[in-house]
Design a binder for this molecule. Structure first.
Ligand code: DHB
Ligand code: FE
Length: 283
């Protein structure tokens, strides 16, 4: 681990994740009062039921208030919600898809990474640690026909589990890139294999995990957004077979279809794997 990365704090990741979320374009529409009322009534009733079932005390209620205040102060709402809630929102959102399997986006996406056509070497430091990794595939429609002009965005953590633009000291677009496919629908990224990711332990989300007696780890993963004109965008992640925490992800975002089985690269250096994406048509 570099000295800069060792100094990374939850406050940095939290603040940066909150800034990224605040800048993100979000769907806005008129408030559906009936729906907000129904969801809020049920959400509060679920909470009331937990208070009764566990006979929650005033001391515990005050601890909750103090912790909620701290999550906001730390800027950790994106971290907390994406680890503990997003997987169910994604399950509901993508239940009807036929093609590529999605999973959570997490808090560390940034649009606008360096762009290439068909092939890319992800931006990385001269001494970037980690096993060299060739990740390639084809973007198709549901019938397997290649899609021209599909966009494959890839971002992932480094060999210490840190993301550029969220941990200070890492070059801006490190291990982030995007490829536009040509008529054959193919893409190929050269990068390194990421390491498992640990929720920052010095912030409120880490404190919560520790107090509950859980572990704060996600398995090593690649993040992807794959899209094409007239096709539904899929946001997903890919994991590494046999990797630590694949069977025990704190964010519960692993699905069997998303586990890669890389093999030693034909070039003799590092590993390689092929993974294809079939995109659903826009509804
Ligand atoms: C979080 C971090 C990730 O890298 C991810 O993929 C999902 C969630 C988080 O800390 O919230
Ligand atoms: Fe991640």
């Amino acid at each position: 681990m570099t000295t800069t990365e060792a100094r990374a704090t939850a406050a940095d990741s939290g603040r940066n994740a909150t800034a990224a979320f605040t800048q993100k374009e979000r769907a806005a529409g008129p408030v559906d009062h009936a729906r907000v009322g129904a969801i809020s009534t049920d959400a509060l009733a679920a909470l009331h039921e937990v208070v009764r079932r566990h006979q929650v005390t005033y001391a515990e209620y005050d601890a909750l208030k103090a912790w909620l205040i701290r999550v906001g102060e730390d800027g950790e709402w994106p971290l907390f919600l994406d680890v503990f809630v997003e997987h169910v929102v994604e399950e509901v959102a993508n239940a009807d898809r036929q093609g590529a399997i999605g999973t959570i986006e997490g808090p560390y996406y940034k649009p606008g990474a360096p762009a290439s056509v068909s092939e890319a070497i992800l931006p990385m430091r001269e001494d970037e640690a980690g096993t060299p990794f060739l990740f390639r595939g084809t973007v198709t429609d549901l019938d397997g026909a290649p899609l021209d002009g599909a966009l494959v965005e890839l971002w992932h953590a480094d060999d210490d589990g840190f993301y550029s633009q969220f941990t200070p000291g890492i070059p801006e677009w490190n291990l982030r890139g995007q490829i536009r496919t040509a008529a054959d629908g193919r893409f190929a990224f050269r990068t390194i294999q990421p390491a498992p990711y640990q929720i920052p332990t010095d912030g409120s989300t880490g404190a919560f995990v520790e107090a509950a007696g859980w572990h704060p780890w996600r398995p090593a993963h690649l993040h992807l957004k794959v899209s094409a004109p007239g096709r539904q965008l899929v946001t997903t992640q890919l994991y590494f077979d046999g990797g630590e925490y694949v069977a025990d992800d704190v964010a519960q975002a692993v699905k069997p279809e998303l586990v890669l089985r890389p093999t030693p690269a034909a070039s003799g250096t590092g590993n390689e794997v092929t993974y294809d994406f079939a995109l659903d048509p826009v509804a």
